[in-house]
Design a protein around this ligand. Sequence first.
Ligand SMILES: [Zn+2]
Length: 575
Amino acid sequence: MGARGEYCFEPVQRGNSADLKIVIQVLVSLEIKMNKNSKVLALKYRPQTFDDLIGQEVVSETIINSIKANKVPNAYLFTGIRGIGKTTIARIVAKALNCSNGFENKCKAKCDACDSITNSNHIDVLEMDAASKTGVDDVRDLIEFSRYGPTSAKYKIFIIDEVHMLSKQAFNALLKTLEEPPEYLKFIFATTEIKKIPITVVSRCQRFDLSRIKSNQLFEFLKKIKEKENGKATDEALKLIVKISEGSVRDALSLLDRGLLSLDNGKELNLNLAQKIFGYFDKSQLIDLFDLILKGKQDKVIENYRKIYDQGVEPKIFINDFLEILYYFKNINLLALESTNFSLNDEEFNKIKEISNNVDSETLILFWQFTIQTLEELDIVSNPHLSMEMFLLRLIHLKGYEAKNEGEIRDNQNNASSQIINKETINQIKNVAQEKKIKPELQIKTNDENKITIKSFSDLLYICSSKKEMKLKYELEKNVNLVKFESGRIEISFNDDLDKDFVKDLSTKLLEWTNQRWIISFSKNQGEMSIKDKEKNNQKELITKAKKSDLYKTILDFFSDAELVEVKHKQKDEE
Ligand SMILES: [Zn+2]
């Protein structure tokens, strides 16, 4: 900065176009020089040697060793997320191959070759961005260029960035050279999308998958840069930058840049300011909001949400962060603070831990499903902010119904009422497998020895089951309508499917079980519905009843494609 003063101009004669040209050139180079001095951090701290790289130690070592062993591959392929240093590492490799001081020097003593590679003007190193040059002609030019050996360095090197963008024909043209390149020719490819590169190309490259930079490493790096720049930023603010940049050094540096530049002189970038500058909101706000939802405080929830909204937080960011918080609520007991990648600070971590004791996993899973669904809905609705408010209110209701129903079931257990059905309905939607052991409702009274008293039609069915007379039980349930039942006498009507031996079989068994002769008579009266029909009917009724409940309607709001298929009664004496 203040560089302008360092330059002197020769006096320019008016009207001389040659001089004018010189002036323009001087101004242009001045501009470049200026930019160089006030370079953004990401450029200024762009790694120049393998030693400068952070988080890619294994890759660096492998490459250095292969060069040392004189086993340089024809082509390198670097892949990984954006901003992780693919093109940077490509240039470092080019330098290692072409440095006048030899690769082991790693150009601690700067040489011309390395300098010109850094500035992208080395005569033997050609950089191409496949994002803008995708065609076969571009590749042909490149191949034409490769016909002759290097001018000044050991290798002729092609660096192709975003190589996946090349057209199919371009890849085919490239492939021929890639198969049998001259000794002096090396390729270095970089891509974010390895899957889009033909396998024939990938197989001819030495591939390196660059990993995300670990949070701690990135944090230490930012801290170092901050000190070098004499910037003022708290650790908490730096940690926020680490979190937002998701392992990308470039993103982290440009955020730090933005953060430091936005401050008035002497001010320190603290968490609060950083959140404002980056449009990022405080996790603790979200944790408070979640707590209020659990407590069912509607007004407070909306009030708090609007505060977040006023900070300019986009609904999608909000809901994604909400999901993250849900995840922490669900799993906080399995996590250590360090494993949250600075997503949470100590205070938030402990707060979540405390609140999570009062909320069961089922609720959290239900919330999770519902939140994901809301995320999908956001693309459809025209006013996502209103959707967010509705979303939060619906969560309260979801939680509210659960709590209310739990209570009512406890208070009112003898009543197979709609509340119980509600509870059951929730469980159905939760997909919680409910395996309930049906305990025999009927106690079959046995007289002395083996004699059994059968007092009702259900007794009869039960004894059929227990004596494994399944055929008989099936007939009784399916094809028989009970007209009258008394001890020693059963009056029934039946349908056409009834087995012809039914009466004989039943009489025999009844005599055997009860030591008593039973009269089984057919009636012209229609009798009761068969057990199976009754069950079907019952279920229909229960479903209709459940569908009329407010809860079911609420659930339809949450899961529009939900269908109530079965209603089960909670067992009265269930533990
Ligand atoms: Zn060098």
